[in-house]
Design a protein around this ligand. Sequence first.
Ligand code: NDP
Ligand code: 8X3
Length: 257
Amino acid sequence: MQSINDKVTFITGASSGIGMATAGLFAQNGSRLILAARRVERLEDLAAEIKSQYGSKIFCFKLDVRNHKEVEEKIGSLPKEWKEIDILINNAGLSRGLDKLHNGQLIDWEEMLDTNVKGLLYVSRAVIPGMVQRKKGDIVNIGSIAGHEVYPGGNVYCASKFAVNAITKGMQIDLVDTPIRVSTVDPGMVETEFSMVRFRGDNERAIKVYQGIQPLLAEDVAEAILFCVTRPPHVNIHQLHIMPTAQGSATIAYRKV
Ligand code: NDP
Ligand code: 8X3
């Protein structure tokens, strides 16, 4: 097992859910953290909490992964002690709506594709060259069961996660002549702000997603991410599916009502 102690981990979308839980777990394991998201005040609160708990070194900055220029400039101008990123966790992502494709909203499609696909590409393009130059690094992309199965109304969100899957494969092939490892962690239902975002704050609808079932916790996914990056150097976990025990597929869940 490799240690992440003192390694620099960059987490996108660290202001909530899986990203936030991963920040906590990685700090607990001695990693230094770069945390990015749009809600920077949340990052600052998280950083203060983690610092007081683990004494970690943390650098936070506001970032909208959809904005290519901003991604390039902010990652390109990281302070000297934060420039050498060891671990990149491409986690920022979201879903909007569950409409049939023919009723879908263009604005929702664009937001999902711009964030989940193009945002991941922009961040990767800004970070990976340094890893190649230094001949070391780990990349974990957060995919989804939605990147393997299409479910009713999932259309464009699923397409974005199928794309994450393909991009991950592409990275694994393109980096095969380097020591850099690339993984995708693909969860089923995780109880985070995901459904509140998907249904634009409709709490009742969001709660129903997890009714009668024990979903994954963000911490469960954080553990899976940590597992990927702590394998011995000759081991690359290509893909890690993680599902709630009561979820058999994207559409089949056993709910106790
Ligand atoms: P949350 O809504 O709790 O967290 C999403 C995070 O992404 C937030 O920190 C948000 O920060 C960030 N984010 C969204 N858009 C942008 C943007 N344009 N720029 C920068 N950051 C952004 O959801 P989860 O933790 O569940 O989601 C994390 C990842 O896990 C996503 O990729 C999601 O698709 C994936 N996933 C989730 C599952 C689930 O059931 N919850 C299952 C499978 C995969 P902010 O708004 O502050 O910018
Ligand atoms: C999030 C899980 O099942 O809503 O990626 O697609 S699901």
